[in-house]
Design a protein around this ligand. Structure first.
Ligand code: SF4
Length: 473
């Protein structure tokens, strides 16, 4: 997928004017965030569990090199093959080589963000290999020639009516507005694809080092069918997904579905340890695990290593006021929302995603929603600091001015008094008799532009410093 993250400001303006997009985002994010809050709220020890989950992920990251070696040994012992990919090109080359080796022409795939990241489908198509997405949201996005806009709900940006029209247009679905009928139609379309496929592909929500197991968590059963029916299963997973043990999994699986889809449990939790063994009637005859680095080692060695603890639940997206307003496509690459604003500059290079760390109000809703308590606002601030050199000259100058004023108390106090006087002279109450209090506007362009959609209450006549001096006794 092409990276257009540097166009975030322009893309956001376009997204903000799209009323249909707003409706779709508003319904989906508020429903998902509400369900998450309810189900996390019912846990008697939610905060303790959250910290336990954080501990599991951080321990996994701390021992990452050793755990990856343990994982490889156990996958191999179970009859599977581990392949290492330092970047996207190498990961795609591994898949293409396996396709040649086993004469694979047609595949089915369950949802995986890392395969989006490496541009796998485009690489397969270029080699004449067909790959069908089987997650309903991914399938919608694939047949519409679009890209996912959310980590968990790829077609979140589309309304039911848009999806209906797409199915009628592209798949000749009999006209219906009923979501269950639409889903049943797609189910029937996809069922034959599993049976016809030469190979199945998946990502992995977790890699369990102690047994060499890939775990995927789905609601549609497509993950199990994609990986269990065809004779070859290729799993492509980021190296950071490894966790030490099933005990760690037991903690994390209590948080993932609650945070991702607002469910106590996802409908399917499927675990694969190698291929089908002798005497087992079902399952793939060949199992390959491609472990993708693609910039993760660089993050691991940096002060942002904690970003790798993400379990890709999408809760921070649903809780973020910026994501709620502009949706995922505005972020310009595979990973949107608050965690995307961290991961994209780290994976693609800060100069190729410079606006993203600024696409946040730093309200902290993302960290509060995060089931593993990733310190997202803190990392966004540090990335802003690292990106000082690529900021616009006017912003750099104003930040230097702020820095100077904040480090000189007298200047700060004089500036505060001047700002207070100016704001009281300029701000005009537009509705002085309103029972909820007046809304204030500023006169003259460009100041009036700022208050077109915002209140500008004048600063208090008395500063806190002055008040404190009077009252401290
Ligand atoms: S940063 Fe936290 S909330 Fe956001 S996707 Fe990752 S685990 Fe979920």
């Amino acid at each position: 997928m092409e990276n257009t993250a540097n166009q975030f400001p322009q893309s956001a303006v376009i997204a903000l004017q799209d009323i249909t997009l707003h409706g779709a985002l508003d319904r989906a994010t508020s429903a998902a965030d509400g369900r998450r809050r309810n189900l996390i709220g019912e846990l008697p020890h939610a905060q303790e569990l959250r910290q336990q989950g954080r501990g599991s992920r951080l321990r996994g990251l701390h021992d990452l090199p050793e755990l990856l070696e343990e994982l490889e040994a156990n996958v191999t012992a179970a009859g599977g093959t581990v392949l290492w990919a330092s970047d996207a090109a190498e990961a795609n080359q591994h898949v293409l080589a396996l396709c040649r080796q086993h004469n694979l022409k047609r595949g089915v795939k369950s949802k995986s963000m890392v395969t989006e990241e490496i541009g796998l489908i485009a690489a397969l198509e270029a080699a004449g290999i067909e790959m069908i997405e089987t997650d309903l949201g991914e399938y919608i996005v694939q047949i519409s020639g679009d890209h996912p806009s959310h980590i968990i709900m790829p077609a979140m940006h589309m309304t039911r009516e848009q999806i209906r029209d797409l199915f009628v247009d592209k798949l000749e679905m009999p006209y219906t507005d009923n979501a269950e009928e639409m889903t049943a139609f797609i189910r029937a379309c996809l069922r034959q694809e599993y049976l016809d496929a030469d190979f199945g592909m998946s990502g992995g929500n977790f890699l369990i080092a102690e047994t060499g197991t890939v775990v995927i968590v789905t609601n549609e059963g497509n993950g199990r069918l994609s990986t269990g029916v065809p004779p070859v299963h290729i799993a492509v997973v980021g190296i950071e997904k490894v966790i030490p043990s099933w005990e760690d999994f037991a903690t994390l699986i209590q948080m993932l579905p609650r945070s991702a889809t607002g469910q106590r449990m996802s409908v399917y939790t499927s675990a694969f340890t190698g291929p089908a063994h002798d005497g087992e009637p079902d399952g793939p005859r060949h199992f390959y695990l491609i472990l993708v680095d693609n910039g993760r080692s660089g993050i691991y060695a940096s002060e942002y290593a904690e970003a790798l603890a993400c379990i890709r639940c999408g809760a921070c997206l649903n809780a973020c006021p910026v994501y709620q307003s502009v949706g995922g496509h505005a972020y310009g690459w595979v990973y949107p929302g608050p965690i995307g604003a961290i991961v994209t500059p780290l994976l693609k290079g800060a100069e190729n995603a410079a606006p993203l760390p600024f696409a946040s109000t730093l309200c902290g809703a993302c960290q509060s929603a995060c089931p593993v308590d990733i310190h997202i606002p803190d990392m966004l601030l540090r990335l802003r600091r690292d990106l000082r050199h690529v900021q616009e000259p006017l912003l750099q100058l104003s930040m230097k001015g702020y820095g100077f004023a904040f480090s000189h108390p007298l200047l700060y106090q004089l500036g505060g008094k001047a700002a207070s006087a100016a704001s009281r002279a300029l701000a005009r109450a537009e509705n002085p008799d309103d029972a909820d209090g007046p809304i204030h506007a500023l006169p003259g362009y460009p100041l009036s532009g700022w208050t077109q959609s915002r209140d500008f209450p004048p600063l208090a006549a008395e500063s806190f410093h002055d008040w404190w001096r009077k009252h401290r006794s």
